[in-house]
Design a protein around this ligand. Structure first.
Ligand code: ADP
Length: 848
């Protein structure tokens, strides 16, 4: 409801206007509206729009009231004046416009904004006050208001036209205003509210400019490469893209220049098939709008990139990326290195600066048995064997801590406790300040090498020793040969003297004989030794009476022992019947002979005892003396060839240094072992074993068991023979010796110089009862001749003689038909005994 107030206000419109203009003049606070913000202005505008509508409604009401209710003029005017004030002094300008923009009404605020008095404004067209470009905007807006009857708005810039309105001060010149227009209720005019938005627009433009500047500076200065691109499709598939815009870094990151406006395929020349992985990714992003990260290798560029792709616009994408080629290559190099380290055949151990293990490779685990889990965080002292001297570790740490590389060899322990040798290189890894950050140890297991080296040096020592031994042996042998030879020659010379007494003659003769025997002994040793060395020493197993061998040997040495003023005795460990075994009797004989000869040689007083006992299916033989004894250090060595104890006590004893090695070889061939127990100055006991395989019911042939002793000289007296025999021999001296040996036998001796002659002689002389056949002869050898003779005269005994009585020779002689073989130098007694056997008793007996 309107309140009607009495007032003395002017009643006519012109009076009212003049009155309002006055008021405005005295109302400077209305200018405050100009300092309002855009939001405030909008709010005020809204308020005023509401007020305006309210005013219009009230005006209608007033009119209606005055017409219908005939209110007093005074009341109406009072009310009207109140709303007129609101209209005139509103913070926005109000205009009422005709379709052609003619200003019909204008409030005070609007006149101030235009800087033109109301009288000048009214009747003029609004478009006259705006720039030419904006005139059409206003015209269109007003037309739209009338056309659509809906609210329209636009923004235009005011101008002042000094010429058109001379003398006017136009404060708002160049200001931007917003015009909101609505059609009047009766559709005859258009009402416009004008707000000055110059300041807020400026602020908005400034903000936009700032933001744009920031973005473009970001785009320009970002360290990543940025490319704004348009995707190119073919049949719906992304096949290429176009660089629309790139930043400065794009060039540094890719090395590509002037790419804007060009296609990817054009830029990366020589790649008809551009990187599909990349294209697919960009295509996906451009199509879906979903950003994606990528890490991609572009083969044509030989470069790695990492980044992300976004979309701002459809079919477009922005790629923000970094060239990570260097890092990638470093990573790959590192990967290569780590594979190299992991797969290295050398052991690799890496620790931190304090020695805590960080890494061990497969080879380390393989060699030591320690896995990375076992040793991680632990100190390598875990592997210490305790054998490597502390000084070496001190040196190691000193070297490493001073930043140097240490090289050396250590003995460490494996997980299973086993010791091993390693050759190691330990290098400190320094940071840029020279501070140690890691220690890298590269090691090799050199245990096998070490063992080989030590074996090699032992072998070398042995070779050296063997060479020395051989040299000593050669010197010894030449001495051993020379002495008897010079004895033989010397005494033979003396024998020539005409005035020799019978005693002297016998003595010289004895000395010559002994020298010969000594030589023979040496030669026999050498032959046996070379047979053993050549692996030719074969066994000839026969039924042997061990007790018989023992008593034969005792008998053989009695004479010599007597001469040396020693005693000899033997003890048989078994009764005769149980002492018969299958063995090589000859070798057993030789072993015992060697040991007893040594015992006699190295004993000056006392007794030699020998014998055997049976224990655990073995015969334990012993030869004990009370001689000089053997130093402990030599007790094993003397069984090696050429070994002789070299000291004051032994220096005047003779020998080849072969006897014990031959004995040892024979004992072992027969299935036993040999050793010595001895104390220096007190004597020695040599002990050897042989398997005991008794032959209980054996009917022993004394000749067989004796065969082993056949090499020894049997001092048997033989009755004289009276038969014709044939000697087939090419060597004069040998023939002569035989002749002399047989001179007391009443024999008719025929001679042949070679096998051929021998065969003929047998044919020509049927009275021949026995043939002594040398084996090595010119024209026809003894084997051939024997065969031919035996073909016609199988009963005729043929005794072969040879300086080479190797097994091979014996076998061949036997095959050819020889009844027996005696070795040269021929011993008279042995020869006679064999001849007697052949001629008198058992000419058919083959003595093998
Ligand atoms: P040889 O006696 O010909 O030198 P052997 O092989 O038979 O060669 O013996 C080797 C060495 O063993 C002898 O030189 C001697 O030093 C020592 N030896 C052997 N038997 C005895 C022993 N019964 N008493 C002391 N030393 C001995």
């Amino acid at each position: 409801m309107l309140k009607h107030q009495k007032s003395n206000k002017p009643t006519t419109a012109s009076e009212l206007r003049a009155h309002a203009e006055d008021r405005l003049r005295y109302k400077p606070e209305t200018n405050a509206v100009l300092s309002y913000s855009k939001d405030e202005l909008l709010r005020l505008n809204h308020e005023l729009s509401v007020h305006q509508i309210e005013l219009e409604m009230q005006a209608d009401e007033l009119r209606y009231s005055s017409d219908l209710l005939a209110l007093s003029n005074a009341d109406l005017e009072a009310s009207f004046s109140q709303y007129a004030d609101l209209y005139e002094f509103a913070p926005s300008g109000y205009l009422t416009l005709a379709l052609d923009s003619t200003i019909l009404q204008v409030n005070l605020t609007a006149t101030k904004m235009f800087g033109v008095s109301r009288s000048l404004l009214k009747g003029n067209r609004f478009i006259t006050f705006v720039s030419v470009a904006d005139q059409a905007t206003i015209t269109k807006m007003i037309a739209d208001v009338f056309l659509t009857t809906e609210h329209q708005f636009c923004e235009v810039t005011l101008i002042s036209d000094e010429n058109h309105f001379p003398g006017l001060h136009h404060t708002f010149s160049g200001h931007t205003i917003r015009i909101d227009a609505t059609l009047s209720p009766d559709s005859t005019e258009c009402r416009a509210i004008i707000i000055d938005i110059t300041e807020s627009k400026k602020a908005a433009i400034a903000a936009l400019e700032l933001s744009e500047e920031r973005h473009s500076s970001l785009f320009k200065h970002m360290l990543n490469g940025i490319a704004y691109c348009k995707m190119i499709y073919s049949d719906g598939r992304p096949v290429d893209f176009l660089y629309e815009q790139v930043n400065l870094r794009f060039e540094t990151q890719t090395g590509l220049k002037n790419v804007e406006g060009k296609k990817f395929s054009e830029i990366i020349a020589g790649t008809p098939d551009p990187n599909t992985e990349l294209l697919e990714l960009y295509g996906r992003v451009a199509a879906s709008g979903k950003p994606e990260r990528f890490e991609v290798y572009i083969d044509a560029m030989k470069m790695w990139f990492e980044g992300s792709a976004y979309t701002l616009q459809s079919d477009h994408f922005v790629a923000i990326f970094d060239n990570i080629t260097e890092r990638k290559l470093a990573e790959l190099a590192l990967k290569k290195l780590s594979v190299t380290v992991e797969q290295n055949p050398s052991m690799v151990v890496i620790t931190d600066a304090h020695g805590a293990i960080e890494f061990v490779n497969a080879s380390f685990t393989e060699t030591t048995g320690y896995t990375l889990e076992d040793v991680k965080g632990k100190n390598p002292r875990l592997f210490k064997s305790g054998i490597t001297p502390k000084a070496l570790y001190d040196e190691l740490w000193q070297t490493i801590l001073s930043g140097n590389v240490w090289r050396g060899e250590l003995q460490n322990t494996k997980n299973n406790g086993e010791l091993y040798w390693e050759s190691e290189v330990i290098s400190p890894v320094l940071d840029t300040d020279g501070k140690i950050i890691n220690l890298v140890g590269i090691k090799q297991d050199i245990t096998a090498q070490k063992r080989l080296l030590s074996e090699l040096s032992v072998a070398k020592e042995k070779v050296k020793e063997a060479e020395l031994l051989k040299a000593a042996f050669m010197a010894n042998i030449s001495h051993e040969l020379r002495s008897p030879v010079s004895g033989i020659l010397g005494f033979s010379e003396l024998l020539k003297s005409p005035d020799l007494s019978k005693e002297e003659l016998l003595e010289y003769n004895d000395l010559i004989f002994k020298s010969g025997e000594r030589m023979l002994h040496l030669i026999n040793d050498l032959v046996d030794y070379s047979r053993i060395e050549a692996g030719e020493s074969m066994l000839q197993i026969s039924t042997t009476s061990v007790n018989q061998v023992m008593s034969d040997i005792a008998a053989f040495f009695t004479h010599e022992v007597d001469r040396q003023k020693l005693r000899i005795s033997f003890t048989a460990g078994l009764p005769d019947s149980k002492s018969i075994i299958d063995t090589d009797g000859s070798k057993l004989h030789q072993i015992l002979t060697n040991l007893i000869q040594n015992a006699i040689k190295f004993t000056t007083s006392g007794a030699i005892e020998f014998g055997y006992t049976e224990k655990n299916k073995m015969l334990h033989f012993y030869v004990r003396d009370s001689g000089i004894g053997i130093p402990l250090a030599m007790q094993v060595k003397i069984f090696e060839r050429f070994r002789q104890v070299d000291n004051k006590l032994t220096q005047h004893y003779k020998g080849s240094g072969l006897g014990l090695s031959i004995s040892k070889a024979y004992v072992e061939l027969l299935g036993g072992t040999i050793r010595v127990e001895s104390e220096e100055g007190k004597g020695s006991t040599f002990i050897f074993t042989l398997p005991y395989n008794p032959i209980h019911n054996a009917v022993t042939n004394p000749n067989e068991t004796l065969s082993a002793a056949k090499d020894s000289v049997l001092r048997t007296q033989h009755s004289a023979l009276s038969s014709t025999i044939l000697i087939v021999e090419d060597d004069d001296a040998s023939r002569y010796l035989l002749q002399k040996m047989l001179k007391n036998e009443s024999m008719n001796i025929l001679y042949a110089n070679n096998g051929r002659e021998g065969v003929d002689m047998v044919e020509d002389h049927p009275e021949i009862k026995l043939v002594l056949m040398d084996l090595k002869m010119p024209i026809m050898n003894g084997f051939e001749a024997t065969k031919l003779i035996k073909q016609k005269h199988p009963e005729l005994p043929i005794i072969a003689q040879s300086a080479f009585s190797s097994l091979e020779v014996r076998r061949k002689a036997s095959e050819a038909g020889c009844s027996a073989l005696i070795s040269k130098p021929i011993k008279k007694d042995e020869l006679l005994e064999k001849m007697h056997e052949m001629l008198e008793k058992k000419p058919e007996l083959h003595l093998w």
